[in-house]
Design a protein around this ligand. Structure first.
Ligand code: AMP
Length: 434
């Protein structure tokens, strides 16, 4: 697995060669790159993009945080610009829903002007939207292996025109026991295709896979990451403030979120969220400054031992939390200061593990997100959870709910009701699903 040392991020290297302008990418994609906020390519992008656009197979040794996702998505988009629409031309296999959504988020921005459609296929949600995508509604499929095989067994998936395949985080797929599924999928793809394989490490079964399925691959390798948060994959989910709790409970239906640390901005919000989650049937602990030392220690113990799958915390209370194996950090509210973001997401991806960090970002919090991205020196991909109802209005009937929050997440006293600002579509901050 990836190494996750907590050392300061290396200064981004300036390179005289290898700017995005010098890369063999169509101007329409450069627009997407600019909208992602990328100023210059990361080392893996510099090495991988020209070779992949030139049609070579690739073995990339790179972990999350290196910019590898754009390193394989940009060549896909470039290759497909002139491909006929309505058929599947590219398949990205990825071990987890987070990575699938992350790639989808990138595709929505990078590919916005290219008119290419993408769909994410993963378990734990309905099949309908995914089926429509697979039946010709999308040219690019990003999928976890198990759910993709479910669809394939139903007979409507046509991979005859797949010309480019990506195996993302192959070592993690190995760890999760997916390699047999991956092989079954690969057998259904046309043999004449381009294959890009990315992995943080190259254990023998991954190398074997590469030997079997790649042709004369070019090796590209980077140890350098773009951000302090080594080994963490970041995903921002834009959402109206009043839909955050529902979005979180929907996310939590994913059983791979085994140990989840959720951050809120205030003690009051931590308590309220913990109550709401308990009400929905989750095992939840809560720690914040108003809890006694005893209560905090107990909540932490129960989280550590796995009795509580979820721990809701405020920043102060989370200082010094060191729990092995936190699978996910969720920023229910973004922190005020970017340093706190790094501190929070540092709770996951500890001890050489990889972790995932979700941020639920209301329109009011978008400036905070921009500050965090600037501080990290990376653009956090944005995604919408397919199938989730973002437009449901606030529960106006609730006696304590005003439907209003200021940007600190405080709810003013009851009275004048104003519906939350409609979630913006389009633009970097509100990429639509397709
Ligand atoms: P990845 O390794 O693909 O998970 O990407 C890690 C993070 O780096 C993501 O938040 C990307 O949006 C960001 N990123 C990727 N390429 C660049 C770039 N050229 N400049 C700045 N940030 C980038």
């Amino acid at each position: 697995m990836s190494t996750s040392k907590e050392e300061p991020a290396p200064e981004p290297k300036k390179s005289s060669a290898g700017t995005f302008e010098e890369m063999p990418l169509h101007p329409t994609l450069r627009r997407g790159i600019a909208e992602m906020g990328y100023l210059e390519p990361t080392p893996i992008q510099r090495d991988a993009i020209p070779a992949a656009v030139g049609g070579r197979d690739l073995i990339g040794t790179a972990q999350t945080g290196t910019g590898k996702t754009a390193a394989f998505l940009l060549p896909i988009l470039e290759r497909l610009l002139s491909a006929p629409r309505g058929r599947i031309h590219a398949l990205v296999l990825t071990p987890t829903r987070e990575l699938a959504l992350q790639a989808l988020g990138f595709l929505q921005v990078l590919g916005r002007h290219a008119g290419l459609r993408s769909v994410a296929v993963y378990g734990g949600v309905g099949m309908g939207d995914q089926e429509r995508g697979l039946r010709g509604g999308a040219e690019i499929i990003v999928a976890t292996p198990g759910r993709l095989l479910d669809h394939m067994s139903r007979g409507y998936v046509n991979f005859r025109e797949v010309e480019i395949l990506v195996l993302d985080e192959a070592d993690r797929m190995l760890d999760m026991g997916f390699l047999p599924d991956v092989r079954r999928i690969l057998r259904e793809l046309p043999p004449r295709r381009q294959t890009l394989l990315f992995s943080a490490t190259m254990p023998p079964p991954v190398l074997q896979l590469a030997r079997e399925f790649l042709r004369d691959p070019k090796s590209v390798k980077v140890g350098e990451t773009t951000a302090a948060a080594v080994g963490v994959s970041h995903l921002a989910l834009p959402v109206p403030a009043h839909r955050k709790t529902d979005l979180l409970t929907t996310l939590l239906e994913d059983q791979t979120m085994t140990s989840v640390l959720v951050f809120t901005r205030t003690k009051h919000r931590a308590d309220r969220l913990a109550r709401q989650l308990q009400h929905s049937g989750f095992d939840v602990g809560v720690i914040h400054g108003n809890r006694s030392q005893n209560q905090r220690v107990q909540a932490l113990e129960r989280f550590r031992e796995g009795h509580h799958r979820i721990l809701v915390a405020t920043d102060i209370a989370a200082r010094g939390i060191d729990v092995e194996g936190v699978s996910h950090v969720v920023n229910y509210d973004l922190p005020d200061v970017p340093e706190a973001y790094i501190h929070r997401v540092g709770r996951t991806a500890r001890a050489s593990r990889q972790g995932d960090a979700y941020s639920l970002v209301s329109p009011e919090e978008e400036p905070d997100l921009v500050r965090i991205e600037r501080h990290l020196g990376l653009a956090i991909p944005k995604s919408r959870l397919p199938g989730f109802d973002y437009s449901r209005p606030p529960p106006a009937a609730s006696p304590n709910y005003t439907g209003r929050q200021d940007r600190r997440g405080r709810e003013p006293s009851r009275g004048s009701y104003r519906p939350a600002r409609q979630f913006r579509r389009g633009g970097r901050s509100g990429s639509s699903h397709r």
